[in-house]
Design a protein around this ligand. Structure first.
Ligand SMILES: C[S@@+](CC[C@H](N)C(=O)[O-])C[C@H]1O[C@@H](n2cnc3c(N)ncnc32)[C@H](O)[C@@H]1O
Length: 251
């Protein structure tokens, strides 16, 4: 069986992944004004460092943190020499005690990870203690609404779509069983843990529903990105994306 890292790398060659990272970085730019000043960033559960790499290219300093030595090893091989002191790597779990970084970060990245954590409020609380006062967090997580839409689009099954209306667990393939959260659950967990929600966007609303071959055309991809950026922050679209991308600020 392929390792988690090699399965993830195969996924990272897909158009779905291309849109995911492109949109994540474009929306982060808008939500956190990344280009305006150098930041100290914690990329929590940052995997093999795709977002870390983007941030390093922009001139930020990043601690990449992940439970998987393979993921961290892959990131280190790509990034350590090129970025020297501006990047640090750390193998550890978000559910354990963190190293002594208290209140040191301007920004924490939490992309595609809360799905796999047992107690998100506890983790959000620990992260709030890691950012400076007025520090922020970029949160991306799967949107349960998209599961309902996908059952109709891919399976053509109203029965399966109906089942998904109240079903908040899903199979995340090589990452195992995962848990989705409603907007209300997520907002309560964040607020209880010391975070205000500043901005809510939806992402990857449309690319999942078109023929992948169309993406071979760069002009098509750019038009798709423009469409996504135009609807990401407005209702009802922001509530229908594959993912939610929320900007949070420490209270
Ligand atoms: C879906 S990947 C997302 C990686 C990265 N954030 C990205 O967007 O490319 C989930 C990552 O969470 C890591 N992970 C899972 N449980 C974790 C935990 N308890 N503490 C830290 N990392 C964890 C996995 O090793 C994996 O790299």
């Amino acid at each position: 069986m392929a390792s988690q890292l090699s399965s993830f790398q195969t996924y990272q060659d897909s158009w779905a992944s291309w849109y995911r990272y492109q949109l994540a970085t474009l929306l982060m730019e808008d939500q956190h004004q990344l280009s305006s000043r150098p930041l100290r960033v914690l990329d929590a559960a940052g995997g093999n460092g795709m977002i870390t790499e983007h941030l390093l290219k922009q001139g930020h300093s990043v601690v990449l943190f992940d439970i998987s030595p393979d993921m961290i090893g892959d990131a280190k091989a790509r990034l350590a020499d090129a970025y020297g002191d501006r990047v640090k790597f750390y193998v550890g779990s978000l559910t354990d005690d963190f190293p002594r970084w208290e209140a040191d970060f301007d920004l924490v990245i939490m992309h595609h990870i809360i799905e796999y954590l047992p107690d998100i409020t506890a983790v959000f609380r620990k992260l709030a203690a890691q950012v400076k006062s007025n520090g922020s967090m970029s949160l991306i997580t799967i949107n349960p609404v998209s599961e309902v839409l996908r059952r109709i689009h891919f399976d053509k099954s109203p029965q399966k779509a109906l089942e998904k209306l109240n079903e908040l667990s899903y199979d995340a393939r090589w990452f195992g069983n995962a848990q989705m959260y409603t907007d209300d659950e997520l907002a309560t967990a964040l607020q209880t843990a010391g975070w205000d929600i500043e901005d809510r966007r939806g992402m990857r609303l449309f690319p999942d529903y078109v023929d992948d071959k169309l993406n071979n055309d760069e002009a098509y991809r750019q038009a798709m990105i423009e469409l996504e950026l135009n609807v990401a922050g407005s209702t009802p679209y922001r509530d229908m994306g594959r993912y939610r991308q929320w900007a949070c600020r420490r209270k």
